[in-house]
Structures are given as structure tokens and as C-alpha cells.
Ligand binder design. Structure first.
Ligand SMILES: Nc1nc2c(ncn2[C@@H]2O[C@H](COP(=O)(O)OP(=O)(O)OP(=O)(O)O)[C@@H](O)[C@H]2O)c(=O)[nH]1
Ligand SMILES: [Mg+2]
Length: 292
């Protein structure tokens, strides 16, 4: 694919500016920031522009979709993201039990602040956070999860643009109930493909066959065993990608009226199964490739 195509999917700088101004304004009201990243693509779901805005704040990185990513790789990411004294944890936000683990993690910041204020003779402190991330990383799921645990919804408070509401999770900890959303930045073509692959950006922004080719090459490299066990066939690394598609399409009965395999449908089904963890748990981006 030529380079122009990727350029076309850069978001308008104006849009990015507006969103980041909003986040900057709200940032003044919080002690730390909860950054949601997709644990399958921690690099592509990491927005450098956003990181620049929040660079002076403490951070908690929550790597979402633990249930869909490779456990070994997620552990490595967790370690990597704590390198600047930030906190990091891989989480399955669909599992309610995770709430207490998240609260224990955040306690580190609560204790730090308590200690600081106790020196000034202030006993009762509360700590406030805002949630940020690119679309589809789980911001709303996270906020809803924490809200269920909340003892009361805090009162409205005048914010910069409109009233900001706080979710009081416990006596020390409140979360802003509206997340900061920033669209991803396409650092390179790879990150655009990764985001399309996982459905964060519309897949039709790139040719479907190109996304599929990228996926199948990735699977051949790391996860061919899971793939073969899902599609009940002994595919080999040397197999042609078209052969793989034809075989799966025929086995599944995805045929058009001439009895040919419906390639588009076959690709869409495989993509969908990949995204939803039906083929297996995959991490696309590795710590070894980290540049953040
Ligand atoms: N399997 C799994 N799915 C998750 C997890 N977290 C979120 N999801 C799903 O991911 C999708 C997106 O989650 P949202 O909470 O809507 O994401 P968001 O960041 O609020 O997205 P925007 O509002 O578009 O910015 C939903 O279908 C969630 O159910 C997780 O840890 N595991
Ligand atoms: Mg949302």
C-alpha cells in the first residue's frame, strides 16, 4: 500500500487540539490519571500527544482486556510500564472481582498523599483521578465497574466547560465520571493496521485483504498452534495465505452461488473471531519493540 493512504487516516490536528485542551483543563482537578491501554496493543493504544499533556501527573496504567491477551506478554508490559515510578496492572474489566485489586494498587497514591498531609496536620484527605484513553479501550466499562462499588455519587461541581460529576468510590477516592478521549495517533502504518485489526478504527479505512495478510503473518509467527486448533487443520508456515482462506471458507461453507469461497466473508469471520478471543489470547505488540 502506498503511503498516501495512511496519511489520509490521520485525524485532523484541530480535533486533537480541542480534545487535548479539554483534558488539560480537567487535569487541574485531579491528583493522578488512570491511562487505559489495550493489553494486546499497548503501543498503538498509547497516544504520545496525550502522554505529553499528562507528563507531570502520576499515572496508573490499566492494560485492559487481560482475558484476550497473552498472559506472558502482559506480565512483561506490566513491568515495563512501571519503569518511571508509575503503577501498572493488567485487568479484565468484565470481572467484578478486579475492583479490589485496582483499589489496592491505587492505595499507594492514597497513602503517599495521606502521609504528606498528615505532616501538615490534615487527617482527612481524598484523592481524585480522571480516566483517559483512545476509543474502545474500556473507559466506560472501567468507570461503571468502579461506580458499582461507589458509596454515593458526589455532588456536581462547576468545571471549566460544564459541571463535572465525581464518583465516590470510597472515603478517600473519587473518579471523574466523564473520561478524556483522544483519538489514536498513527505513529506508523503498523499502528494503523493494529488499530484496524482490533476494530478501534473502522476496518474499511484500510483494504481488508491487507489487514488479513498482516494478521495471518502475525499468527504464523507466534500463534499457529491456536489457529490450527480453532480451524481444525494443520496449516504450515509455508502455506499460501489464499490457500488458508480457501480451506477455512470451504470448511465453514462460506460459498457464493458459483460454489466459490466467499473470501470477504471468510476474512470477516476470522477477524471477528480473532478480536473476540475465539482463536486464542494474543498480544500483537511486544515489550521488545517498545519505544515509549
Ligand atoms: N473481553 C473484554 N472486553 C472488554 C474489557 N474492557 C472493555 N471491554 C469491551 O470493550 C468494548 C469497549 O469498551 P468501552 O468501555 O465502551 O470503551 P470506551 O473506552 O468507553 O470506548 P469509547 O466510549 O468509544 O471511547 C466493550 O464491548 C466492552 O465490553 C475487558 O477487559 N475484556
Ligand atoms: Mg465510553
Amino acid at each position: 500500500m502506498e503511503h498516501n493512504k495512511v496519511k489520509n487516516i490521520h485525524w485532523f490536528p484541530g480535533h486533537m487540539k480541542k480534545a487535548s485542551n479539554l483534558i488539560s483543563e480537567k487535569l487541574k482537578l485531579v491528583d493522578f490519571v488512570i491511562v487505559l491501554l489495550d493489553s494486546r496493543i499497548p503501543l498503538s493504544s498509547y497516544n504520545p500527544y496525550l502522554m505529553e499533556i499528562i507528563k507531570d501527573k502520576k499515572k496508573v496504567f490499566l492494560l485492559s482486556k487481560k482475558d484476550l491477551s497473552d498472559e506472558n506478554e502482559s506480565k512483561k508490559w506490566e513491568n515495563y510500564l512501571t519503569k518511571n515510578n508509575d503503577l501498572a496492572m493488567v485487568v479484565d474489566l468484565k470481572n467484578q472481582k478486579i475492583v479490589n485489586d485496582i483499589l489496592s494498587l491505587i492505595n499507594v497514591y492514597i497513602d503517599e498523599k495521606k502521609e504528606k498531609y498528615l505532616k501538615k496536620g490534615i487527617k482527612n484527605i481524598s484523592i481524585r483521578a480522571m480516566v483517559v484513553g483512545i476509543p474502545n479501550v474500556g473507559k466506560s466499562t472501567f468507570i461503571n465497574l468502579m461506580a458499582k462499588k461507589s458509596i454515593a455519587i458526589a455532588k456536581n461541581e462547576p468545571g471549566v466547560t460544564k459541571a463535572i460529576r465525581w464518583i465516590k468510590v470510597n472515603k478517600n477516592f473519587e473518579i471523574m465520571d466523564t473520561p478524556g478521549i483522544l483519538f489514536p495517533q498513527f505513529k506508523d502504518k503498523k499502528s494503523a493496521i493494529n488499530l484496524a485489526l482490533l476494530g478501534t478504527i473502522k476496518e474499511d479505512i484500510l483494504p481488508l485483504d491487507e489487514i488479513f495478510e498482516y494478521l495471518i503473518n502475525f499468527i504464523k509467527k507466534y500463534y499457529l498452534i491456536d489457529f490450527n486448533s480453532r480451524y481444525k487443520y494443520e496449516f504450515k508456515v509455508s502455506d499460501d495465505n489464499n490457500f488458508i482462506l480457501e480451506t477455512i471458507g470451504r470448511k465453514r461453507g462460506f460459498l457464493n452461488k458459483d460454489n466459490d469461497v466467499d473470501i470477504t466473508k471468510t476474512i470477516k469471520v476470522i477477524l471477528n473471531e480473532f478480536r473476540n478471543g475465539i482463536i486464542g489470547r494474543f498480544t500483537i505488540e511486544r515489550v521488545e519493540d517498545a519505544n515509549i
